[in-house]
Design a protein around this ligand. Structure first.
Ligand SMILES: Cc1cc2nc3c(=O)[nH]c(=O)nc-3n(C[C@H](O)[C@H](O)[C@H](O)COP(=O)(O)O)c2cc1C
Length: 234
């Protein structure tokens, strides 16, 4: 009799245990670590769901760095939205990337075209490295960096070389994609000059856009940007 009671007690205990486990397993929501919410640490004996070193959880791996001027520009008169800025914003929109504008640290660039060309020519002759303002975003977050600027005297504006040289190590191992706006010179060797300035990067095919189209033919520019990005695999 005593033995039967003991068996019954064990059976009831087992049933109670089974019931509590089943009730727990069917629950939805709850706090982290409870069923229904993926545990970032992963189950103790299952696969480790944590990102491996260097792997990004954030969907955005694209940074768009650009330099652009407003004021009086060739062929378009006085503008309040720079030509290269317009392309840079399109690239960021189409790729879901982040934007970083290279702004000069001081007030060195005039707003009239002729004066600006004189300052730019002097900088080029002097191989100047004008300082830029602000802090470059943490480049380790990005695997692709688009870099855009107007063609100035057949070359990147000197402030871009400041950026390349100061960040050459952080840009190494990344995909670097140049783009220009211009009024006849095209890409002007931006790709080769970028490859020399940042030897550790992989330079992909660039895009050249007419500055005046950025102001007057934006639908066509967006189509070109989309085609180019598609060719690059975006
Ligand atoms: C200082 C300076 C130099 C320029 N040199 C060239 C050039 O060599 N070749 C060219 O095609 N366009 C040249 N341009 C025209 C610009 O590249 C063009 O207007 C560009 O779209 C301006 O872009 P932004 O508004 O982003 O500054 C020059 C413009 C400036 C202000």
């Amino acid at each position: 009799m005593k033995r039967n009671l003991k068996r019954l007690f064990c059976l009831l205990l087992a049933l109670a245990l089974l019931f509590s486990l089943t009730a727990c397993g069917s629950g939805q929501g709850g706090t982290a670590g409870s069923p229904g919410v993926p545990d970032p640490e992963g189950p103790a004996d299952g696969p480790d769901l944590r990102p491996s070193e260097g792997e990004e959880t954030d969907a955005s791996h694209v940074l768009v760095v650009y330099f652009s001027r407003t004021g009086e520009q060739y062929a378009v008169g006085v503008i309040d939205h720079g030509n290269t800025a317009i392309v840079a914003e399109m690239v960021a929109e189409e790729t879901g990337g982040d934007l970083f504008e290279l702004l000069p640290a001081d007030d060195r660039y005039p707003m009239t075209y002729k004066e600006l060309t004189d300052v730019a020519k002097r900088e080029q002759n002097d191989r100047a490295r004008p300082a830029y303002a602000g802090e470059v975003p943490d480049l380790s977050q990005y695997d692709t960096v688009f870099i855009g600027a107007p063609v100035w005297w057949g070359d990147w504006p000197m402030i871009l070389y400041t950026f390349f040289e100061e960040n050459a190590d952080a840009l190494a191992g990344k995909r670097l994609v140049p783009f220009s706006t211009h009024e006849g010179s095209g890409l002007s060797g931006f790709d080769k000059k970028l490859a020399s300035a940042v030897p550790g990067g992989t330079v992909l095919g660039g895009l050249a856009v007419r500055g005046s189209d950025c102001q007057n033919r934006q639908d066509g520019v967006r189509d070109s940007v989309r085609d180019w990005l598609e060719d690059l695999g975006f």
